[in-house]
Design a binder for this molecule. Sequence first.
Ligand SMILES: *Cc1c(COP(=O)(O)O)cnc(C)c1O
Length: 355
Amino acid sequence: MRKHNFNAGPSILPREVIEETAKAILDFNGSGLSILEISHRSKDFQAVVDEAEALFKELLRIPEGYSVLFLGGGASLEFCMVPYNFLEKKAAYLNTGVWAKKAMKEAKGFGEVVEVASSADANYTFIPKGYAIPADADYFHITTNNTIYGTELKEDPDSPAPMVADMSSDIFSRPVDVSKYICIYGGAQKNLAPAGLTFVIVKNDALGKVSRYIPTMLNYQTHVDNGSMFNTPPVLPIYSAMLTLRWIKSLGGVKEMERRAVEKADMLYAEIDRNKMFAGTAAKEDRSRMNICFVMATEYKKLEADFMKLAIEKGMVGIKGHRSVGGFRASTYNAITKESVQALIDCMQEFEKLH
Ligand SMILES: *Cc1c(COP(=O)(O)O)cnc(C)c1O
């Protein structure tokens, strides 16, 4: 049976990307070799890295003076690389969830950390607003999409300090004003590629300003200077990322991804709000387009396992909510189709009729 993949990450990729990746595993570019066994320094693979970088710059309209890096270690390693490279005295963080909190924890080892606001007391069901950002902070760190709680900053905030963003789970789902940021990073396994790749967009002239020694591998400058080839980068995920970026471009770029994301999210939220058996968990104005969290309404709580069973029977995969929120989470990344979202809605309506 056809599966509807709502996994939060690693997660759905465009079918074409998976098929092309499979072909390259058998024979890369007619070379008679698998992409799994070629040198990362070969001419053919350099062309892949170059194209992936060029597509990043084109699709996100990255201004001159920025580098795009393809690294390992996940978004979690960036939590310490960011303060290593940018925190001299003070950094500001917006605490919107577990990932934001983990990022903040690492920064505390490098200097003063100001938590400008937090929604921890409300289990991160909303994104705080109206907070003050210290203008003398080396940077202001945000998590644009809170994968676990289903809240999202859908526009780039204004900040007196340069911004750093974890965009792991909403990169390429909307246009971004990159000029507001000195660094944007994320794990690629949510909306871009298979697991193993971390992307980093870094403003070149923001580097080299801290006085501490930075270990070579943790220094962004190392990777800028070596075109992400200081050591062996994650070859296969970079190839798949390049294919995903080609796919995004062929469909009309990030504006079109945003239109689709809004359309799909609106469909599902409309059903959550209409169907008396379900309730959304995130504040309406902060609802994510990428991770849609909902629970059984109070009077139907006992039916949670029954709905899960029906959903699994109908081919839904990965809709169990994160343990810290409970209920359900449908991740509606770029590659998920409207048809899959409709199938979930149909399932919710069928369940309503049954009870
Ligand atoms: C998944 C996720 C992470 C962790 O990513 P890793 O690549 O597993 O380290 C960090 N931040 C956000 C917003 C995420 O969704």
